[in-house]
Ligand binder design. Structure first.
Ligand code: DGY
Length: 321
């Protein structure tokens, strides 16, 4: 019997491509970068599995192109916002992702951005690198304190909880908002108190966004909501760019209506709003939340395990539907 076909949309750390290719018909992924949409549509024809990542769009058209053989869509990412999960479910296609293995890496980056923005590290570093430093300056690069301040976490899933745990070292008071309230024992363990979103924004010195992108969270941090934040506050986004009205954030920063921001994800990646590039007290990173070698290799192994499990008729380790 001919081996079943799979598509791996790009070279990915940890994905045992040779082992997959020894069991399934898997054409080589592009040598670098993403697979063009047309090529993905063409290669998906008759495939039983698709192992994809960002920014591949897995929608009804791609599922149509694959046809009835398609059993599993396995994404190398925790966020599944680029997959039409409802459509996959309707067609009986399993969707799987790679949670947990990237929790610490992503929470670390969230805290790094928070500290970098609070202490103006990107500007200070540029100052040195550009040879502009003329000596110790009692007025230079005055930031905002972190220790003892209030941290508001929007989206208290695994990554949000990992951010809360990191804040203990800074004796921070933790507020959170999410779709549901946590059980009292979990609130106690995390030292976190629930607030509705508007109250959280008004009370927090640091707001860290950890929500998944879905219809409820798209545009969640709107112009109006940004206006509720303190002038001394810092907004950190490690979720998805579309959760924040980027133009409104850029304006709030430019007009000094909030102190700063730490941003890893953008509305129209890889485009970054030009006013964000110019904003003070703002640390920018290019969507690197999970970018440690350990996390990325674990994501690759898990994405492959998910794919193979479904194709072997077993329950995958990380099902989404
Ligand atoms: C994810 O996993 O969803 C990230 O954004 C990529 O690591």
């Amino acid at each position: 019997m001919e081996a079943r076909a799979i598509v791996v949309t790009r070279r990915l750390p940890g994905v045992p491509f040779d082992a997959l290719a020894s069991r399934f018909r898997a054409g080589d992924p592009p040598p670098d970068g993403t697979m063009a949409r047309e090529e993905l549509l063409r290669r998906a024809r008759g495939a039983s599995g698709i192992l994809c990542t960002l920014p591949d769009r897995v929608d009804g058209d791609l599922m149509n192109a694959a046809g009835s053989a398609l059993e599993v869509i396995s994404i190398f990412a925790v966020g599944v916002n680029n997959i039409d999960v409802a459509e996959a479910t309707r067609r009986g296609i399993r969707v799987c992702n790679t949670p947990d293995v990237l929790t610490d890496a992503t929470a670390d980056l969230g805290f790094a951005l928070l500290l970098a923005a609070a202490r103006k590290l990107p500007e200070a570093e540029r100052h040195i690198r550009e040879g502009r430093w003329t000596g110790w300056d009692p007025w230079g690069f005055l930031g905002v304190p972190v220790a003892g301040k209030t941290l508001g976490i929007v989206g208290m899933g695994k990554i949000g909880a990992a951010v809360a745990r990191r804040s203990r070292g800074f004796s921070m008071r933790v507020l959170y908002n999410g779709r549901r309230r946590l059980p009292p024992a979990t609130e106690a363990e995390l030292g976190a108190a629930f607030r509705d979103l508007d109250a959280l924004l008004a009370e927090s010195d640091f707001v860290v966004l950890c929500v998944p992108l879905n219809p409820e969270t798209r545009g969640l941090i709107s112009r109006e909501r940004l206006a509720r934040m303190r002038r001394t506050a810092v907004l950190v986004n490690i979720s998805r760019g579309e959760v924040v009205a980027e133009e409104a954030l850029a304006e709030a920063l430019a007009e000094g209506r909030i102190f700063g921001a730490g941003i890893d994800v953008y509305e129209k990646e890889p485009r970054v709003h030009p006013a964000l590039l110019a904003a003070k007290s703002t640390a920018l990173s290019p969507h690197i939340g999970s970018a440690t070698r350990d996390a990325r290799e674990a994501m690759g192994r898990l994405a492959a395990e998910n794919l193979v499990a479904v194709l072997e008729g077993r329950e995958p380790p990380c099902p989404v539907n």
